[in-house]
Design a protein around this ligand. Structure first.
Ligand SMILES: Nc1ncnc2c1ncn2[C@@H]1O[C@H](COP(=O)(O)OP(=O)(O)OP(=O)(O)O)[C@@H](O)[C@H]1O
Length: 785
């Protein structure tokens, strides 16, 4: 291709972008922050910007552009787009790499095993189940090592020395509070580059508290670290740490910096401090050049510093209260690069105007509710694109009223409303199809229900699949399948649930096994939610009470005993290979879960054909669970499966991030979940009115954010709750902005007290934004809330 040809093509590619996206096309080195609204085409802009940079800087296999995304499926999508541009421009494909952040870190670490300490022959990445077991072992080791600190926790706020209560508290601490504290504090600290001694230091710097919370966290972290290294295991944070360690070596660092010309990062609002540090380091220009290497075009042009382009949307940060991700760092990057190296993409073509109005209203209203502190949202409104926008059918015409707000009588009525609305929409589409000029095919609308938690999805699906409860046959009338994404996730739980129940059946006198089995029964809604610790502390007494033992006083506890006894009887009445199908029925598995259980039973029977005792079965099952290889890992085209026409997708709001549908239903929007209320489980009340893992997280973050004062327990708990509320509102914003043509929202008058028991209804307060949004939309001519 001649140079003028390519110049013209690059110009055409640039012209195909929106003004905000063009900042990516016009990038000529140095840092650039791009803060973009939902649906604005971040990845479209990034792919075009990458191809243009590759052309401008003549990149090749030894001087590449690295694009970093968070999920493998996002990486696959981006790769396809960049390759297409390079093909059109006749540029080499090896001039770029698309990787997830962890993939990139692993690549660097394993290329330099002598410095990073990571060698794929001798180290293994810890699986989530293995990680959980290690944390439990670390807790036991810490209790053994630190009896005084442990005793202080058992004493709690006050204690009268009663033995049953002591046992109950020990069970709560060993199996709930300390594992959660370890998990949270270790990830939070590690992903910020802090060591156990640093945690102790922060604890000493902060106000004293009776539990010496961060000292406890530091001890747990140290035990976990020891266990990992004894077993030759690493976790995800170790990968990044190892990559950074390798880059501390000046020669290795120069090699990578020379190899990597620039880094483009997507979803930058979800980065942890350590991840940010890794990208900054890689994106820095090499200090000097190895002999024979020509000066980079950038250096020749006098540009120095980091070639780092970070694209994200702080308003879609929805992982910061349960992972170490924090939008603060991306916001800081944006502010540091203001005004010359900060671009905003405010125009978006995804949704119709009313949906954008509703999302913008939510953002503004929520920020007004949090006047005294950091606002939950960056003040950034979503604007429509101009009429000549390159996106076909941008800002599409609304379906129905565009935004519909409904207040059904109860949650069953909410599902019926959804069923009927879907039926009407499909009828309208069929009618339009019939009336269309012959040969023209109208696409059916894509449809999804977004839920806050999987139990709501299960409830929805059960009604939609029961014609007598719904009032009509959903599948037959609408021609749609129901694709419940959570049920596939529940399927992957089957091996672990079987393991827990079989371990209990084999050793019913172990308090831990009894408690795990009871938890499975609660999760599967076989028995009511309750404090399981008093039941599990003395298994003998719970399972086979003597005449002098105090009787169980609640229906819930009696039902728990009944289930456990029937599980134990099965051991004597059934041959081992029949146990798994029996347990599946006991847990009331649906058809596909039962099929998974059968497949599992067949696999185990095959593996244990020589010796089919209960203990060999458990061994085989344990291996399957540890390796987590029973169910196929998420396919790269999973996202395309979620948004196919011809189905009603039921998916959580978290998983829906990055996707969109023509019609989005958001039922069950109650204040209890969005924004939620500060709540601690009754069984941990003896520790005081705060959740210790959340407190530890808030204290560590205060330090990492550079605050000079570490908050005390009460202030840290307050802060944790405010952040949680802010994040719930952002989650609602993400959910609303998934809709292209119709956004349907509802909060029923009667809602469950807890979704573990959807039959127990009470008056349900709607999410506070709904009534005001209803008023606003009515003024705009839509909505009925
Ligand atoms: N310049 C453009 N020309 C044509 N189509 C575009 C352009 N920019 C974006 N689009 C289209 O807009 C849609 C939304 O883009 P995309 O999904 O990348 O948005 P996003 O910013 O990543 O959204 P979110 O943050 O909400 O997930 C896509 O269908 C994309 O093809």
């Amino acid at each position: 291709m001649t140079i003028p040809d390519r110049t013209a093509q690059l110009q055409t590619l640039r012209d195909s972008l929106r003004p905000g996206q063009r900042r990516l096309a016009d990038w000529r080195g140095g840092p650039l922050a791009v803060s973009a609204v939902p649906g604005s085409g971040k990845s479209t802009g990034m792919a075009a910007g990458a191809a243009i940079a590759i052309a401008n800087f003549q990149l090749h296999a030894r001087k590449q552009l690295v694009l970093v995304t968070f999920t493998r499926s996002a990486a696959a999508n981006l790769k396809v787009k960049v390759r297409q541009h390079l093909k059109d421009l006749k540029l080499p494909y090896n001039s770029f790499l698309v990787q997830t952040l962890h993939g990139l870190a692993l690549n660097i670490a394993t290329h330099n095993p002598e410095v990073s300490g990571i060698n794929l022959d001798t180290t293994t990445l810890v699986s989530p189940n293995q990680g959980n077991r290690l944390i439990r072992t670390a807790v036991e080791a810490w209790i053994h090592d630190q009896p005084e600190l442990y005793h202080r926790l058992v004493e709690g706020q006050s204690f009268d020395g009663e033995e049953t209560e002591r046992l109950r508290r020990q069970s709560v601490l060993r199996t709930e509070v300390l594992p959660a504290l370890a998990y949270t504090a270790i990830h939070e600290a590690k992903s910020s580059g802090l060591r156990p001694t640093d945690l102790s230091g922060i604890g000493q710097q902060g106000p004293p508290n009776i539990y010496q919370l961060l000292e406890v966290a530091a001890g747990l972290y140290e035990q976990y670290r020891l266990l990992l290294s004894q077993r030759g295991l690493i976790d995800y944070d170790d990968m990044i740490l190892a990559a950074l360690k390798a880059l501390d070596d000046p020669d290795i660092c120069r090699r990578w910096q020379t190899q990597i010309f620039a880094v483009f990062e997507d979803e930058a609002q979800d980065s942890s401090p350590l991840q940010t540090r890794l990208l900054e380091k890689l994106a820095a220009s090499p200090l000097s050049h190895p002999d024979g290497e020509e000066e980079s075009p950038l250096m020749a042009a006098g540009v120095r510093g980091e070639n780092l382009v970070r694209v994200g949307d702080p308003n879609q940060a929805i992982n910061s209260t349960f992972t170490p991700a924090d939008p603060v760092f991306f916001n800081q990057f944006c502010d540091a690069n203001r005004p010359h190296h900060l671009a905003t993409i405010a125009q978006a073509g995804r949704s119709s105007q009313k949906i954008m109005d509703a999302a913008n209203y939510l953002l503004q209203w929520v920020n007004q509710q949090f006047p005294s502190q950091e606002p939950p949202f960056r003040a950034q409104a979503i604007l429509p694109v101009p009429p000549n926008d390159p996106q076909p059918n941008a800002n599409p015409a609304p379906l129905g009223q565009g935004v519909e707000l409904i207040k059904p009588a109860d949650i069953t009525a909410s599902v019926k409303h959804i069923g009927q609305r879907v039926r009407d929409l499909m009828d309208e589409w069929k009618q339009a199809q019939d009336n269309a000029p012959s040969g023209e095919r109208l696409q059916p609308p894509t449809l999804a229900v977004l839920v806050r938690e999987n139990r709501q999805g299960r409830f929805l699906r059960e009604i939609l699949e029961a014609p007598d409860r719904l009032g009509f046959d959903f599948a037959e009338t609408t021609g749609l399948k129901i694709y419940d994404v959570g049920s596939r996730d529940r399927n992957t739980q089957v091996p672990l649930e079987m393991l827990r129940l079989l371990q209990f059946i084999e050793r019913p006198h172990s308090p831990d096994y009894l408690k795990s089995a009871l938890r499975v029964l609660v999760d599967r809604q076989r028995i009511p939610t309750q404090d399981l610790n008093p039941l599990a502390t003395n298994p003998e007494q719970f399972l086979y009470p003597g005449p002098l033992d105090p009787p169980l006083t609640t229906e819930s506890a009696l039902s728990a005993r009944h289930y456990c006894n029937s599980l134990l009887r099965a051991r004597f009445n059934l041959p081992p290979y029949h146990l798994i199908p029996f347990l599946g029925t006991t847990l009331s598995y649906n058809q596909s879960e039962l099929a998974t259980a059968d497949k599992l039973a067949a696999r185990i029977a095959q593996q244990t054909s020589e010796d089919s005792t209960l203990s060999t079965m458990i061994g085989a099952l344990q291996e399957i669970v540890s390796a987590e290889r029973f169910d196929a890992i998420e396919a790269e085209d999973a996202e395309a499966q979620y948004t196919r026409p011809g189905q009603l997708t039921i998916i959580t709001m978290h998983k829906a991030k990055g996707l969109d549908w023509d019609v989005v239903f958001l039922p069950f929007l109650h204040a209890k979940l969005i924004p939620g209320e500060s709540w601690i489980p009754p069984q941990t009340e003896f520790l005081g009115p705060a959740s210790l893992p959340d407190v530890a997280r808030a204290q560590i973050r205060a330090y990492v954010h550079g605050n000079t004062v570490i908050p005390d327990i009460s202030n840290a708990w307050h802060r944790a709750n405010d952040l949680k509320k802010a994040e719930e509102f952002r989650l609602l914003y993400v959910a609303m902005t998934r809709a292209k043509r119709l956004l349907w929202m509802s909060a029923a008058k009667q809602a469950p007290f807890a979704w573990s028991n959807p039959d127990n209804l009470q008056e349900g307060e709607p999410c506070p934004v709904l009534p005001v949004l209803g008023r606003f939309m009515r003024e705009q001519g839509a909505g009925r809330f």
